[in-house]
Design a protein around this ligand. Sequence first.
Ligand SMILES: *[C@@H]1O[C@H](CO)[C@@H](O)[C@H](O)[C@H]1NC(C)=O
Length: 521
Amino acid sequence: MKMDSLKWIIFSCLLCLYGTEAYKILAVFPLPSKSHGILGDNMVKHLLDAGHEVTYITPYYKETKTHPNLKQIDVSANKEVINENTMDIKLVMAGIINLEDPDLVFDMMFTIASKTLENPNVQEMMRNQKFDVVVAEYMFVDLYSSFATVFQCPLVWFSTVNPHWMIMNLIDGPLNPAYNADYTHNRVTPFTFYDRVMELWHQVVEQYKLTHKYYYHEVGAYEKSIVPMLKEKGIPVPEYNEVRYNGSLVLGNSQVAISDAIALPPNYKHIGGYHIDDEVKPLPENLKKIMESNKNGIIYFSLGSNIKSKDLPVEIKEGILDVFKGLKQTVIWKFEEVLANAPKNVHIVQWAPQQSILAHPNLVLFVTHGGLLSITETIHHGVPVVSIPVFADQFQNAKRAEIQGYGRNVRLTPNLPKDLKKAMDDVLGNPSYASVAKELSKAYHHRQTKPKDEINFWIDHVVQTRGAPHLRSVAISLPYYQRYFLDVLAIILISLLTIIYAVAKLWCSLTSKSNGKYKTN
Ligand SMILES: *[C@@H]1O[C@H](CO)[C@@H](O)[C@H](O)[C@H]1NC(C)=O
């Protein structure tokens, strides 16, 4: 604690020397999901490290005061909507939880967002606080944009996944569905004809729902929880559309080396990997021993923080253990319960310092659920993967790893153990997977600034330039009919139809006259 405050004082002095101003920042990360908590915590950490004062809306309230400049707003009530047990892998496998259903996802995210805005802790904060900038996690509803209106300050969106049409909608316009799939779809370019048709159809339908169905839900919540607050504070009440499209910037948890190279507006910034520590923390003694115990290498297996290995069906668990038993490598399996019948070369750990394991030179393979944090960490350290995607963007991440050539992809079916064995044998037996992982790692690391410096630079830029209006895409103000030339298309179509109609009419009258002649004759 003492050491921490000392570090902080030295840091603040250094910042004074460099002349960066300290801001009051509101960080909005209300989703009760562990990986989102990791992203929120690390964002807040970097902002605090830069000397700012941060108010953090989080469902993971920590009793112990963690930093003199941090104030937490507790929204743990959001755990009533989703929590660690929502993602039972058996329910996902049986199709009972279908997170590819946009209506279900919207419902969940909308409930969390409206609950957050209604939360008495949040309401009190809106009443009493002032901020220079709001950083809000985008989760498929736009409601958190209203914090920026309440505080009359710029808004920075934070996007947890690779750039997709919904987030780009808010600062520029949807991406091209000819090469950019919805984040939940198992599609990576190049698309087939069918893929393109399906993406176009899906994105047009969803776009319609966004503006005609979901929109009214959001306006309802805005009128209920925000408008009274604006009135109380004497702030003129803007239209909801003015609020939601007013974001200055998107900070995206993405990196081009592990996503697609696509054209993005100047106010989208890649900051993927910012949650990864600069220095690798040393492994605990027992794990260090295991990591060095086998000259054939170590395999690390973890399904991430939302999905639990213990929820896998028993036959699959046993099948996987059988596969591991036959390997000459040693396996570290992050598993939430004690497995009595684990073979000698399998070590079960309840918790694992994933980054430190991935950093170890003896690690030869990472078997992962393909979450973006795990994928980013694996490329950070240049380790090949076998992915078992379960939901959300994991299918796309896993498929991209396969297409880029640093991994294989296994579906979560009763056949998993057999498929897993094939995929693992392939990746372990073929050095090209590891060498692609190393090459991508090099491309990923070779950049001018670290992701955390990128965050602080752009937040500073947005505050200094009062919302960075010069970075805003000119396309955002264009209605769709102008953007896609639908008006021009309509004129061409109408003209063509008119000409065809006129020619047909003329033709008919000419032929009917001559027909008439024959009849009278
Ligand atoms: C829009 O953003 C600017 C700065 O970026 C802010 O000053 C203004 O209050 C915002 N307007 C609304 C309606 O949120």
